[in-house]
Ligand binder design. Structure first.
Ligand SMILES: Cc1cc2nc3c(=O)[nH]c(=O)nc-3n(C[C@H](O)[C@H](O)[C@H](O)COP(=O)(O)OP(=O)(O)OC[C@H]3O[C@@H](n4cnc5c(N)ncnc54)[C@H](O)[C@@H]3O)c2cc1C
Length: 488
């Protein structure tokens, strides 16, 4: 069947749901969303596991995931499997519910990549952060919203493990940060702002999309996997879509990729936007030469496992964190191994960056993803310092660290870091935003894909700099900001 819409959004995830809800506020604007995973149209139909904020439904049997085998580090190889949400709401439907904004310094760095433009400065994005949230603890403030679709709160009754961690941080001399979303990005320990209410985890599917579904100008196709963008010369005009075992084409005035940092990049590459040498190698006709997939960022995380007898009740997987500029230490309340606890030491602004490439033109073959973590000496140094602090905190907590202490010798320390290396699963920046003269940039400051018309990217792919905090809140802000550019 041929349908014509004004805006076709590929991916009903964290960003896609926000964008669809905002664009369809204009009744004259026809909006359609294609989502590869299942769609539920009422809150009551959503499976309980997707609402339970105390854990993440990412186990081996979870039916709501994309799974990718990746190389976290090459020499020696460290392999891992990462996941993304393949369900309405995307990764926001399966994640940890941590809802902390990127810092003002991150937006200063973002703005610098755009030269004279202030379109993504902190002052420009703050109203968009306010628009997303209904901060239950702080209410209406110059830096907080009180009427947005996403309820944000911090636990007042932390699990014993979170309380023990916070006490150890304070005893070590780190200050308490009452509001981790306040604009001053000071170091210290604080309760994590979380996107949840009494019904559980509230991502952008529940907060934005479902309340908008009654609008006649908004339609959503679930279990609809976009395999390729169609162009008429350099104009994007439609999307091939695999649905119910058959491929059909959906046509639109303009197409927005909100398929996440992995799948938006893969879709661009399969459609002929990428490095010409690589596309030619796969026999893909070139539509436009762009550095898609190069130089992505993600947060390497060192897992320090330990034993400590405490009670178990918790509201979210991470209730409090210690921020140390670009290191974040997370006392997980959930277990990765039964009976064993974990402190995560994450590097938030790594100098090492990764690369994503296509292996095949077959859309069912996952792309090759190399994180290249720890390649930069500076990253190893900062992670070592973070691990040393985490070890001191565990001593104060009277916890028994299971893993060997990190060796003092730098070559042995590097091997130790690789041995305990994991990822925060915050991959960003595969289709970076940048100035016209920036050869690495894939989109301009209005999220428009360079070199073609009618094609935009609105998700975490576009972040041009590493983000010093988890990316969920910033991804929703990106979509709020982009709605201003894409609104009719
Ligand atoms: C396990 C896990 C836990 C996390 N925890 C946190 C946390 O607590 N706090 C935090 O800040 N961040 C967290 N993150 C990261 C954060 O959730 C993501 O970075 C963010 O949600 C990304 O948003 P997005 O819109 O870019 O992509 P997504 O939310 O992943 O949305 C992409 C959507 O597009 C769909 N899609 C993809 N390809 C296609 C296609 N070809 N056709 C149609 N649809 C398609 C997908 O199914 C998905 O619904 C976590 C991530 C993971 C994986």
């Amino acid at each position: 069947m041929v349908r014509m819409v004004d805006t076709l959004i590929v991916g009903g995830g964290t960003a896609g749901c926000v964008l669809a809800a905002r664009l369809s506020e204009d009744p004259a604007h026809q909006v359609r969303v294609l989502e590869a995973g299942p769609l539920w149209t009422t809150p009551g139909a959503i499976p309980a596991e997707l609402l339970d904020p105390t854990t993440m439904p990412i186990g081996p049997d979870s039916p709501w995931l994309w799974r990718y085998d990746v190389a976290l580090s090459a020499d020696p190889p460290v392999a891992a499997r990462i996941v993304r949400g393949r369900v309405i709401g995307g990764s926001g439907s399966i994640n940890g519910g941590y809802f902390v904004r990127a810092t003002a310094a991150d937006f200063a760095a973002w703005a610098r990549t755009l030269g004279a433009s202030s379109a993504w400065s902190f002052d420009a994005v703050l109203p968009m952060f306010r628009r997303t949230e209904r901060d239950v603890d702080f209410g209406d403030q110059p830096w907080h919203g009180c009427s947005g679709p996403i309820p944000v709160r911090r636990t007042t009754n932390p699990a014993p493990i979170s309380a023990a961690f916070a006490a150890a941080c304070l005893a070590t001399g780190f200050p308490e940060i009452p509001d981790l979303n306040a604009p001053i990005g000071a170091d210290g320990v604080g309760a994590v702002p979380c996107n949840l209410d009494e019904n559980g985890r509230i991502g952008s599917a529940l907060g934005y999309l479902l309340p908008a579904l009654a609008r006649p100008n908004l339609t959503v196709g679930g279990e609809s996997y976009a395999t390729r963008i169609r162009f008429d010369r350099s104009r994007a005009i439609g999307v091939d879509c695999l649905c119910g075992g058959r491929i059909h084409t959906e046509w639109a005035d303009r197409i927005v990729l909100s398929a996440g940092a992995i799948e938006s990049a893969a879709l661009l590459l399969r459609s002929g936007i990428g490095r010409p040498d690589r596309l030619r190698g796969l026999g893909i006709p070139i539509v436009y030469a762009a550095d898609v997939g190069a130089g992505f960022s993600d947060h390497p995380e060192i897992g320090i496992d330990y034993l400590l007898e405490t009670g178990d009740q918790a509201t979210v997987p991470v209730e409090s964190v210690l921020e140390l500029d670009d290191v974040e230490i997370r006392p997980y309340t959930m277990s990765f191994t039964p009976g064993v606890r974990r402190l995560g030491v994450a590097l938030m602004r790594p100098d090492s960056s990764g690369v994503l490439r296509l292996r095949s033109t077959d859309p069912t073959v996952a792309p090759l993803i190399e994180h290249r973590y720890l390649a930069a000496e500076s990253d190893r140094t900062r992670l070592r310092a973070g691990v040393a602090i985490a070890t001191e905190l565990l001593k104060r907590m009277k916890a028994h660290q299971i893993v060997e202490p990190i060796p003092a010798r730098s070559d042995l320390a590097a091997a130790w870091l690789r041995g305990n290396l994991a990822t925060s699963q915050h991959l960003s920046g595969t289709c970076r935003m940048g100035r016209e003269d920036d050869e690495a940039a894939v989109v301009d400051e209005s999220c428009r894909v360079r070199g073609v018309t009618g094609l935009f990217i609105v998700d975490l792919s576009i972040a041009p700099v590493p983000l010093s905090r988890g990316p969920q809140a910033t991804t929703m802000m990106i979509a709020e900001r982009a709605a201003g550019y894409l609104g009719s």
